[in-house]
Design a protein around this ligand. Structure first.
Ligand code: ADP
Ligand code: NA
Length: 324
């Protein structure tokens, strides 16, 4: 039986990229016949501690992301939905996996190299992050982990650690694999379409999910296009125009091939309308959810209880196998 695990990190304000690339595909996986424990979804607040963070904001960011996830269709009644830091088994198993992993393999992770190169004071947790991510996955005996290409290496490492642990100490963990959602669009930055839109990068080309709709429209109308005036889908030669076509297609479910425009202006207007058409109802649902903070906290508390019930037998087996 498959169990899917996906956690969302509250490391910034969620973007249109996070919605189309992660939240929507996760929501779409919650089919009507799925049992609740087939999908383990959550807010990975501990992962937000691997890079500089604002302690006064972290809890707000976590609740905001949880509210947006629910508003985007991640129905807590149809999955296990919780906050990572509410389940201490994550950090405990992470330590057992740090004691299974080697310094060299952590140090070789491409994401560590890239992120650490950009910082002066690199937190040790940035290096050990893949052990915590492995714990997130292995605690729930998850078999499928939907990730972007940049996280595939961490899922591979998780699998290696699970195999090594099982071989050295006994069969405790299911072996997970990375899956790449077929429906997920890759959204590029509107101001700099050569790189992906990211909540971790401050750019005028980032659309935040809670941007007022007039701000969204302005950002789309100011999107960088390309020299020339022909609207053609060519991600290499015309990255700006192609990104708008991709976004329009993802927001409207109309295939890119069937979109046809006479001018950049018309394409931008329709793209702005489509993005706003998606964000306006999302923001309305979010406002309702955010208005009842106690209810959202209760949803997360109940989810953490379900998560603990799934995690504890695995942690107990891992402790016993390793000799504790
Ligand atoms: P960010 O770069 O915004 O901080 P993360 O690296 O934390 O995003 O990724 C969170 C999830 O959102 C992942 O599943 C990732 O694939 C997805 N995601 C992030 N940015 C984009 C994007 N621009 N287009 C599509 N999916 C994205
Ligand atoms: Na990130």
């Amino acid at each position: 039986m498959a169990r899917v695990l996906s956690l969302f990190t509250p490391s910034g304000r969620p973007t249109l990229g996070n919605l189309l690339g992660a939240l929507h595909p996760s929501a779409q996986r919650l089919g009507p016949d799925a049992s609740r424990t087939d999908h383990v979804y959550g807010i990975s607040d501990l992962h937000a501690l691997t890079t500089p963070h604002d302690p006064a904001l972290l809890n707000e960011r976590s609740l905001e992301l949880a509210g947006l996830a629910v508003a985007a269709g991640i129905d807590p009644a149809r999955c296990v939905f919780f906050r990572q830091s509410a389940v201490p088994a994550h950090t405990e198993l992470s330590y057992l996996l740090e004691s299974t992993a080697y310094y060299g393999e952590m140090h070789r992770m491409i994401q560590f190299k890239e992120k650490s190169a950009r910082q002066e004071a690199v937190r040790l947790s940035l290096l050990t992050y893949p052990a915590l991510m492995a714990a997130d996955i292995l605690l729930y005996q998850a078999t499928e982990v939907p990730v972007g290409a940049d996280q595939s290496q961490h899922v591979e490492l998780t699998r290696d650690l699970a195999e090594r642990f099982n071989r050295q100490y006994g069969p405790v963990f299911a072996l997970p694999r990375a899956v790449h959602p077929a429906t997920a669009a890759r959204v590029m930055d509107l101001a700099e379409p050569s790189r992906k839109m990211s909540k971790s990068v401050d750019s005028p080309g980032t659309i935040y999910l809670l941007d007022p709709v007039d701000v969204v429209r302005r950002k789309v109308m100011r999107a960088v296009t390309d020299s020339g005036s022909e609207v053609a889908y060519d991600p290499e030669g015309k990255p700006g125009v192609s990104n708008l076509l991709d976004i329009l297609s993802a927001c409207t479910d109309v295939p890119v091939e069937t979109l046809s425009y006479a001018s950049y202006g018309a394409l931008k207007r329709d793209t702005a309308d489509a993005v706003i058409g998606l964000l306006e109802p999302l923001q309305k649902r979010y406002d309702e959810i955010a208005a009842d903070r106690a209810e959202l906290e209760e949803v997360l508390r109940a989810g953490a209880e379900q998560a603990r019930a799934l995690a504890e037998p695995t942690l107990a087996a891992a402790r016993k196998a390793i000799g504790l």
